[in-house]
Design a binder for this molecule. Structure first.
Ligand SMILES: NC(=O)c1ccc[n+]([C@@H]2O[C@H](COP(=O)([O-])OP(=O)(O)OC[C@H]3O[C@@H](n4cnc5c(N)ncnc54)[C@H](O)[C@@H]3O)[C@@H](O)[C@H]2O)c1
Length: 462
């Protein structure tokens, strides 16, 4: 993996727990050292043999534990998995003078030299609408650099987000042929395209590098910056997937100018999530500039100093806050995640009413309801509740849905409890831009929050 600019994440999986009756066992831990292509183990704390030249020795971060008991030996492997990926803002990504699309993922100058010595090959998967809008520019880009390429155009909707789509991508990748180290698959599209290609890449030869180019606001600030990918399965949202980050995410806001206004609101839903959970300044930016951001589709406009560069600041803060929460918990080992706000009830709702709600819209309905839960518990004031709902409305996001019944909410919460280690783990705002995880929200609270939510924001509210 190349070294990245923005952050690297390491993690250790596995561990040992002494079994009952093993008090008389012998336990040792070994580090692993490579000398002349062979790995060998050295007990931790022991000196390296002096005949080994220091510069010929590679010491791994992996360790092997060995426990000898009367019944036999058990080994424990602790292997840190190191991931490094870049999230890069750029402009004019498809202009042939911009080398980011071709080499943005490469940091090491030596590696770049190696790349330049041979003809480049790229397999590109594009969302069908995006292909119509930007396909000719993508072709021109790769032709200008004499790249051998194939563009696979796919219909990516929530209904086609499935293993069938992943297998179709994989068949085409296989026919095309790729050097799995140096020829990353490139996904250009919204969250559905990026998630499906990410899963395909994580499966092809167990892990083939891939690059994400998000073209919707939601995928720009959310679906493209973390490690997760996935597809829907058995009518359940993102049930199949892996935690495999791309080698790079390339961010060019100009793609966003062609998405419909409703899709801007959809993306604003995920930005608002980060604002409500951890950044009051971001919330205030959205309160103040929401309409402007919708009208200008997140394109920077020179000469409108009164808004500063709201589009740039908003997207940067959304990504920065998201990365802060994701990077230390890339594999979601810790289930207490603030970024799950809006994602407790919304998966059930989104799948139930498919295709009538977009992802960010379903997330916002969930957040609107949880705002009422927070207020019912007394975590936020009435003024904070009103400001939150008003901000959602200004961003043209739905705050209520008739199919979000009390039964659906109860079912979604029960699912959450079951799949979260017997805890509710509800992220809830405790103010504007501040939040905590709660495990002890009682059913009466949910019931009375639901009643107020219906009354104030529901179909027959005034
Ligand atoms: N992996 C993650 O961490 C993560 C996070 C959030 C959301 N997601 C997933 O992302 C998906 C939602 O993503 P989305 O909102 O981008 O939806 P999407 O991918 O369905 O795209 C929405 C629509 O916009 C069109 N489109 C895309 N780019 C365009 C452009 N530049 N101009 C015009 N039209 C364009 C597409 O053709 C599509 O019809 C969901 O499936 C959700 O589960 C994943």
């Amino acid at each position: 993996m190349p070294a990245g600019d923005l952050f690297t994440v390491t993690a250790v999986r596995g561990g040992t727990k002494p079994e009952a009756g093993e008090s008389r066992s012998k336990q040792k831990e070994y580090q692993l050292v490579q000398v002349k292509n062979t790995w060998c183990r050295i007990e931790c704390g022991q000196e390296m043999p002096t005949l080994w030249e220091e510069d010929q020795v590679i010491v791994s971060q992996a360790k092997i534990g060995e426990q000898v008991t009367e019944s036999g030996v058990s080994w424990t492997v602790k292997a840190p998995i190191y991931f490094c990926y870049k999230v890069i803002e750029t402009q004019h990504l498809l202009n042939p003078t911009n080398m980011t699309l071709l080499y943005g993922h490469v940091s090491d100058p030596q590696e770049l030299d190696d790349y330049n010595k041979k003809t480049q090959k790229r397999f590109i998967v594009m969302d069908a609408t995006v292909e119509q809008l930007y396909g000719s520019k993508v072709r021109k880009y790769f032709e200008a650099h004499d790249v051998v390429y194939k563009i696979l155009t796919v219909e990516t909707t929530e209904e086609t987000k499935s293993m069938d789509l992943v297998l179709h991508i994989l068949e085409e990748v296989h026919k095309f042929g790729l050097d799995r180290r140096t020829e990353p698959i490139i996904a250009i599209g919204g969250g559905v395209c990026l998630d499906s290609v990410g899963l395909a890449a994580s499966l092809y030869r167990r892990r083939t590098p891939y690059i994400r180019v998000p073209t919707t606001l939601l995928s720009y600030v959310d679906a493209s910056v973390g490690a997760k990918n996935g597809v829907n399965f058995c009518n359940c949202k993102n049930k199949l997937g892996t935690y495999t980050p791309p080698i790079a995410t390339l961010l060019d806001r100009s793609f966003i100018q062609t998405i419909p206004r409703r899709h801007i609101s959809n993306g604003l839903g995920e930005i608002l999530k980060m604002a409500l959970m951890k950044h009051k300044g971001l919330f205030e930016l959205l309160e103040k500039n929401g309409k402007y951001l919708l009208d200008t589709k997140f394109q920077s406009r020179n000469g409108l100093a009164c808004h500063g560069d709201a589009a740039l600041t908003t997207t940067r803060l959304a990504i920065q806050t998201m990365l802060e929460e994701l990077a230390p918990n890339l594999w979601e080992d810790d289930l207490d995640r603030l970024v799950d706000y809006g994602h407790v009830i919304s998966p059930e709702l989104e799948m139930k009413v498919l295709p009538s709600l977009m992802h960010g819209e379903a997330v916002n309905i969930d957040m609107a309801f949880m705002t009422y839960v927070s207020h019912e518990i007394g975590l936020i004031t009435l003024e904070e509740k009103i400001r939150t709902v008003q901000c959602m409305r200004n961003l043209e996001l739905p705050v209520w849905h008739r199919d979000c019944s009390f039964q659906l909410i109860k079912k979604a919460l029960a699912e959450r409890f079951k799949h979260s280690g017997g805890k509710l783990r509800l992220p809830l705002p405790t103010g504007l831009g501040i939040a905590e995880i709660f495990n002890d929200v009682r059913e009466e609270i949910i019931k009375s929050a639901f009643a107020s939510w219906q009354e104030e924001l529901g179909e027959f509210s005034t």
